[in-house]
Design a protein. Sequence first.
Length: 325
Amino acid sequence: MSSHETIARAEALAQQGQGAAAEALLAQAAERGDAQAAFELAIWKLVGAPIARDVPAARALLMRGMAQGHADALIMGTALMANGSGGPVAWAEALALLRKGAATVPAAAEQIALIDAMALSADGYPAAPIKAEKICTGPDVWLARGLLTPAECAHVARAAIDLLEPASVVDPATGRAIPHPIRTSAGAVIGPTREDLVIGAINRRLAAWSQTQVAQGEPLAVLHYAPGQQYRPHLDALPHTANQRTHTVLIYLNQGYAGGGTQFLENGMTVAGKLGDAILFRNVLADGAPDPRSRHAGLPVQTGTKWLATRWIRAHAHDVWSGQG
């Protein structure tokens, strides 16, 4: 049975409610060296459908697939290794595998080119301190000029572009998605399976700048604003949570648009970041309570389009897979 036929048969079994049989069929094919079957089963275990989620097993299947030369398994598997999903953080090992695969996998070669242009420590953190200036108080806001290179900005945007969806919330009365009342842009989240080593290194850069651990960060989010779209005044701090968003980092991924500045309502300061610039500010007071002075807005874009990346950083480690912590 070909790989395509095996996967089609497994999908048919799953649709019939025979998840265990479907899993067994793919697992047997993977054992025989079918890299595509291994990759398909890994996706099922990551998504948690049509079988139970099992991230460690998915990581092991991706390792099997990459050993058999599967390009997508290489990209996804090294991402999980580097960010510690389903096992220990293994940055150096992931980088070595990615470097080896770069000879035949263009996406790996692109990552290696970007990583080699960074000054990194052995575990993927910046080798030198981040240079930033404090641009206002109440709230305290720091600005890092050119924190990301143009190539890094483009990589982040490309990682999210096919995931962009209009901002929405669930209507409690109907249970249906309705337009977001505060944010009118489109957005996407770069979750662990897409957090390749370039994005992983960027997240480590943000952790170093904010003097936090990389595990405290939520997945990097990307926002796209068309003319007229905005993010109305809001706080990034969350209500009723034991693991508060203590910091926010905003990265300006492009320039050449009008409007769209980041305005802090307390002091009226507006930041119009250029390509690769980033700002960092705290969302909480010394006692951990939400700081009302951190209320801010993304002003309406007048012409052109604006691309922004956001990293919300929690007080403690945040488990992306379970949503806990």
